[in-house]
Ligand binder design. Structure first.
Ligand SMILES: Cc1ncc(C[n+]2csc(CCOP(=O)(O)OP(=O)(O)O)c2C)c(N)n1
Ligand SMILES: [Mg+2]
Length: 561
């Protein structure tokens, strides 16, 4: 649709709201902005010229948010997405939910109809703030050019404080175009608000854990970044208490946690460290232990209240704190007091998490011309082991679960507790922006890659190499498996796809592509894709098997209750 062209630009007359916006982002240390152009935000593009800020411009607004999300999770910086008003904003909103559930600090900046046209049927006028609010920590519209920089600082601060998450700021065009006279906020205005753990609470919680036979610490998605996982491991080493992070909609049954669910069921004391008591913990029902002492540290009073509702008298100690600061405090205190949980229990938990069925070693497809998921995935580990900054992206239905089960890497980004598929290509691209060196391997389903396949174009344009590996079973297998299980083989409907040549689609965008139908070719093709240095699509014809369910025969010493 042709855009109306009207601008009240005061570019010639000095600093605009748009210039203040760019200056504020620079002052927060932002170097990358993920964006898609549109009338409302063209003053911001103009202001970005010569600012030192790089605009990665994409093919769909949801992709901009997915990129900002992965960039934030990998770089530890706030991720910035910039989109146009109305439909551009609406496109971006769905991706905010994934960032919210992954607890990623993202700021969505959306253009917006000008103040003086509101209510008069302005071009792309929409109640943007109300639309974004349910999936954001905060959402508001900027009032004036003079308010822009302070609003940016506030948005970044909120996104990073407490439980990290997305924040939305709508930017009416008059605000961007008009002259701005205010100085930038002080650097401290952009920083996280401190939310430390009370020392007495830390001591009391550690004491309760040390007194237990089978203590566990469960951490939430915000702690699943690379430094977060290192901090969890440091707490486990200092305390001797197993510390397990959770980031999947499959909860403790997530394939990357092996047979951990069987250990959780046996715990007699559990500390929830920024971990919500929600569907991922079966709302406190089995396998969450029925008679364990539970303690909780959370940045949000509402989450503590929710846990109280679910757990009742089991929830015995609570404290308000940022998960990261609590982690640091508990580690320091453990190093000083050495609470030491039982070594045998810790070893049992670790071997349950690492457990994978021996039968997987010999997994083969029954169909010629197709690979078993394990045959597709195992050769990828060599790529991930080849560099200290390697990144694994997992997205998709059943194939995403197989990838979580079979592969490990220094950096991992997956579609998270939201369980929303389609973000994988955007994540891979943003991973490459954040980390220019190591291999980025993104495993996706054939259904999943279709959501944002045009991001191959973005990757080619921006020279961002990664290896996308598509497990192509020509169906939405996760849903197909539900139909098979719940309704029977005669009631399959609407889950079939074509065995599309996604590799050829990628090649048409200017990327590298190859088709794999023989397990013997998997390793060499993956290596060639990586060696190309280009955005690459390895399209692998696979057998559509159900997601892995991992259970371990119990050790004699500790039966499951
Ligand atoms: C945005 C979104 N739409 C739909 C779904 C429902 N869904 C979950 S997994 C899945 C199938 C994914 O298919 P594919 O990527 O090919 O992976 P497969 O399960 O076949 O291995 C669907 C449709 C979802 N989780 N998120
Ligand atoms: Mg599929």
């Amino acid at each position: 649709m042709p855009p109306p062209s009207e601008s009240t630009s005061s570019h010639a007359s000095g600093r605009r709201g748009a210039d203040a916006l760019i200056a504020a982002l620079r002052s927060a240390g932002v170097t990358q902005v993920f964006t898609l152009s549109g009338n409302h935000i063209m003053p911001v593009f103009d202001a970005a010229i010569g600012s030192g800020l790089t605009l990665v411009h994409t093919r769909h607004e949801a992709a901009t948010v997915h990129m900002a999300d992965a960039y934030a999770r990998i770089s530890g910086q706030v991720g910035i997405a910039l989109v146009t008003g109305g439909p551009g904003h609406a496109n971006a909103v769905s991706a905010l939910y994934t960032a919210a559930m992954a607890e990623a600090p993202v700021v969505l900046l959306s253009g917006h109809a000008p103040h003086d046209q509101l209510g008069r049927g302005a071009f792309q006028e929409m109640r943007q703030v109300e639309m974004a609010a349910p999936v954001c920590k905060a959402a508001w519209a900027c009032e004036s050019a003079d308010a822009v920089a302070a609003d940016i600082a506030r948005a970044i601060r909120i996104a990073r404080s407490g439980r990290p998450g997305p924040v939305h700021l709508s930017l009416p065009t008059d605000v961007l175009d008009k002259a701005c006279t205010k100085a930038l906020p002080e650097p401290a205005a952009f920083e996280r608000e401190a939310m430390p753990l009370d020392a007495a609470a830390a001591a009391a919680m550690l004491q309760r854990l040390a007194a237990a036979q089978r203590p566990l610490i469960l951490a939430g998605p915000a702690s699943m970044t690379r430094p977060g996982r290192a901090a969890l491991a440091a707490l486990e080493d200092a305390s001797g208490i197993p510390v397990v992070g959770m980031e999947s909609p499959r909860g403790v049954a997530d394939a990357s946690l092996g047979a951990f669910a069987q250990m959780l069921a046996q715990a007699d004391a559990v500390l929830l460290l920024g971990k919500r008591v929600d569907f991922t913990l079966k709302f406190g029902q089995a396998p969450f232990p029925a008679d364990a002492v539970v303690m909780q540290i959370d940045a949000e009073p509402a989450e503590i209240e929710r846990a109280r509702q679910a757990l009742g008298a089991r929830l015995q100690l609570t404290a308000s704190a940022d998960a990261h600061e609590a982690l640091m405090a508990l580690t320091a205190l453990s190093a000083a007091t050495r609470p030491h949980g039982a070594a045998a229990w810790r070893a049992d938990v670790r071997s349950a998490v690492a457990f994978r069925p021996a039968a997987w070693h010999g997994a083969r497809s029954e169909h010629p011309g197709r690979l078993h998921p394990v045959q597709m995935l195992r050769p990828l580990q060599a790529l991930l082991d080849s560099h200290p900054d390697a990144v694994l992206v997992c997205d998709g239905g059943e194939i995403g679960q197989w990838a979580m089960a079979c592969l490990s890497a220094p950096h991992r980004v997956n579609n998270g507790v939201a369980g929303s598929i389609g973000s994988g290509l955007s994540y891979a691209l943003a991973a490459r922006v954040a980390l220019p060196e190591g291999p980025v391997v993104a495993v996706m389903g054939d259904g999943t890659v279709g959501f944002h396949i045009a991001e191959f174009d973005t990757a080619v344009r921006c020279g961002l190499g990664f290896v996308a590996v598509i497990g192509n079973d020509a169906r939405w297998n996760a849903e197909y498996q539900i139909q098979l299980r719940e309704y029977g083989k005669d009631r399959l409907l609407g889950c079939e796809l074509s065995p599309t040549r996604y590799d050829a689609v990628a090649v048409a965008f200017g990327a590298w592509g190859a088709l794999v139908t023989d397990p013997a070719d998997m390793a060499t093709t993956a290596q060639a894709a990586l060696a190309s240095g280009q955005p690459a699509c390895v399209n692998v014809m696979i057998e559509g098997v159900p997601a892995p369910v991992i259970t371990m025969r119990q050790t004699a010493a500790r039966p499951v209750h």
